[in-house]
Design a protein around this ligand. Sequence first.
Ligand code: AOF
Ligand code: ZN
Length: 357
Amino acid sequence: MDDRTAMERAIALAWRGWGRTAANPLVGAVVVKEGLVVGEGFHAEYGGPHGEVAALAAAGAAARGADLIVTLEPCRHHGKTPPCTAAILRAGVRRVVFAAPDVDPQARGGAEQLRRDGVTVESGLLADEVRRQNALFFHRHGDARRPFVALKLAMSLDGRIADRSGCARWVSGAEAREWVHWLRAGYDALAVAAGTARADDPALTVRGPVTPLRAPLRVLFDRRAEVPLAAQLVATAREVPTLVVVGPDAPADRRRALETAGAELLAAGSYTEALEALWARGVASVLVEGGGVLAGRLIEEDLVDRLHAVVAPLLLGEGAVGAFGALPGAALAYVRRWRVAERRALGDDQLLTLDRI
Ligand code: AOF
Ligand code: ZN
């Protein structure tokens, strides 16, 4: 197995930690000796063994003189677990190939350490892919003082998220809907606007292939605090943590009613302010699932880091609900182009994942 194939395998292994590792990164590793895989592993859970350590344990004595291909630079710190650099030395690994350098100030610097100890170290292979895989982790250690914001919209070919009567069940097919549950598992919070809570009455819980280590906080953007108390989000607020972002002049009686129902309230005058408050509360990533007006506003205010468009094979036509609300028109010559991070089929639907450049 060559380095690139091994790194692809390591990236695939790393995804198995999705929903279980936050605030830590997704990390996969493969131990290769004389072209053969002798061990592999991944970081399976926050606080548990790192990907490198899992792979080395699987390889056992075969790791001596072998190459370690790992998605992230090995750590050199004593955190929840001992340094990976020490485990690598102890195992007798000859060469380490990692994709992206670590950015955690406590953990970084492992490459330098390993070189000093006589290990051959190479980096950069498939680094962009690993950065995309760990966008939430890198964002957390960046200087934005707000959560990573992803926007997920299931839309028709003509960019509509609901028909002219407001019905959105279902634009996308079963496979795409299962993927959304997988996606939800990796986020600290899941958000919708009040209009969507009223029209679709979503539960915003994770009911898919991955059970997250911690259930995501549900966030409702409801400036006027007008969500019906019978809406699922409010009615189950005692079982699943729910936060309602209201405007500064939301009626006091409505606010009280939401609090009595078990929701946490946050008053904010703008989306930026709301996101900063969420960040301060420990929310480092939010998946926004609609509706179109909220989506348009977040795009307009340049608050979206990643956009997942699930395009279904249908057209909803005139009068149907647009995916980006009243997003102001832009001149083609100046409009932002997004970077394509992923495109693949989800059943009959097409997933297009775009990252903000
Ligand atoms: C992981 N898993 O596979 C690798 C990590 O608190 P600790 O001790 O688990 O350390 C977390 C830091 O270690 C994390 O922020 C990252 O910088 C580094 N590498 N972490 O959880 C792994 N390789
Ligand atoms: Zn480590």
